[in-house]
Design a protein. Structure first.
Length: 214
């Protein structure tokens, strides 16, 4: 069943990214949600972890992300909803954190956050878009905290999912606020769907790891 679901996620993700036209918008939004529904189903059917709260919170983050997918066409509403999803992922990771972030990872992560804040939010603040600039800085902060807390879990799949999410958000922000990116949709959505898959699969890997340690 898991292999079938993964195959369907890949297939429907491909269909959405490469085959569904921009119009009508309602169809575009509906098809965008299908891979997320399958990812949520995968997470729901995954073996329960030793910490049931991890599974519930990751699933809640996936559901809120799916809602954000539907409202992202109203950018600020989508940004706020994804912000909530990241808070849920942070909460899940904090329940499972084991070790501090290594210095060789912490420094590049912080520098990247500062660079993105200056480059993207700075351009909006310079243009007089104060509210948007502050919102972007806040969002950059929360996704970096999400990546930071994922590293502390030492769950490879959770870490991979978190950093793919950072990549997806970065591609979207660069394209929207700085320079158009070639193949923007493919860059953003492939990394986005992959991030959510890794986060969903981390439910199962977390179970295996905890069991092996007991």
């Amino acid at each position: 069943m898991r292999k079938i679901l993964v195959g369907l996620i890949v297939l429907m993700g491909f269909v959405y990214i490469f085959l569904i036209p921009e119009e009508p918008v309602g169809m575009k939004i509906a098809m965008k949600l299908v891979p997320m529904m399958l990812i949520i189903l995968y997470g729901f059917l995954a073996d329960s972890p030793v910490s049931p709260l991890y599974k519930r919170t990751i699933l809640a983050g996936l559901v809120v992300s799916m809602i954000a997918d539907g409202v992202i066409y109203w950018f600020m509403a989508g940004l706020a909803t994804f912000f909530v999803a990241h808070l849920l992922y942070i909460q899940a990771f904090r329940k499972e954190r084991r070790k501090p972030v290594p210095v060789f990872v912490a420094i590049p992560l912080i520098l990247y956050g500062l660079f993105m804040a200056v480059w993207i939010a700075g351009s909006q603040l310079a243009a007089g878009e104060i509210v948007l600039g502050v919102a972007i800085i806040t969002y950059i902060g929360v996704i970096l905290i999400m990546g930071w807390e994922a590293i502390r879990t030492r769950f490879p799949l959770a870490i991979t999912g978190a950093f793919l999410f950072i990549c997806s958000d970065s591609f979207l922000a660069i394209d929207r606020f700085v320079i158009p990116l070639p193949a923007r949709d493919a860059l953003v959505m492939i990394t986005y769907y992959a991030a959510q898959v890794f986060l969903a699969v981390s439910i199962r890997s977390q179970f295996k790891r905890s069991t092996n340690l007991s």
